[in-house]
Design a protein around this ligand. Structure first.
Ligand SMILES: [Zn+2]
Length: 244
């Protein structure tokens, strides 16, 4: 199974075929919405065919256009129960510490934050609705209801509300549980910001144990899941570079 990939300004949205349409993984920044709609049209997919939206976590570059997409179509959102209060705040969770994975990343991020007016770590608050579905932990059943063979796994480490999908055919939609940046950035398959490295590596192990073979990250290009095995444990929570 090859998902439909829609690159947005900094993140990738993925569409996985399901009963009656598609399950989408994540949204982008609010200002990505027009580009997302153009991408959909170019792929010949109507917005209403996007029946489900799995939100890997509440961060600004993943939850940014939830208000827009739910205004324009009636889809069901799947999110971890801890995402619910965080989405209402409209800001990335800063209550659990963490930091950039190294000093070089911090240096680049500082420059970008100064130059990019959109990089505020905030987003339009969003209230999950009656029709949405909260996931409490690992869920090995729910996806089968919509014709997808796979599991939803609780994968904290980047954020406390993080979930990911592993399909029986080996594709992993990991959100920010892992990422593929150029080697020179030294991120070692982590996203640039992490909160708890022990939890993150346990999450990687979970993705591998569930049969993950190819990882489709929110940031960067797809990569072999074996890279997670190879880079496990390379960064410790103590060496994260704090920035708030
Ligand atoms: Zn994130």
């Amino acid at each position: 199974m090859k998902p439909i990939t829609m690159p947005l300004s900094v993140s990738n949205v993925y569409l996985v075929p399901c009963e009656g349409g598609y399950l989408q993984v994540d949204t982008g920044y609010p200002q990505d919405y027009a580009r997302y709609r153009r991408n959909l049209a170019r792929a010949g997919i109507e917005l209403r065919a996007v029946r489900y939206l799995l939100l890997t976590h509440h961060h600004d570059d993943h939850a940014g256009f939830l208000n827009d997409i739910t205004r324009d179509t009636s889809l069901t959102i799947l999110a971890h129960e801890q995402a619910q209060p965080l989405l209402l705040t409209g800001a990335n969770d800063k209550s659990r510490g963490g930091g950039y994975v190294n000093r070089f990343v911090r240096f680049i991020a500082d420059i970008k934050m100064r130059l990019d007016p959109h990089w505020t770590l905030t987003f339009p608050p969003f209230a999950l609705r009656e029709q949405d579905r909260l996931i409490a932990g690992d869920d090995e059943q729910w996806l089968s209801q919509i014709g997808i063979e796979g599991k939803i796994l609780y994968t904290p480490g980047h954020s406390i509300d993080h979930i990911a999908v592993v399909l029986r055919s080996g594709e992993v939609f990991c959100g920010d549980a892992a990422a593929s940046f150029p080697l020179w950035a030294g991120t070692k398959y982590c996203t640039i910001f992490m909160t708890d490295m022990d939890a993150a590596y346990q999450s990687w192990q979970k993705l591998l144990d569930a049969g993950g073979r190819v990882v489709y990250p929110a940031h960067g290009r797809p990569f072999a899941a074996d890279q997670l095995r190879r880079h496990m444990g390379k960064i410790s929570t103590a060496e994260l570079v704090k920035f708030f």
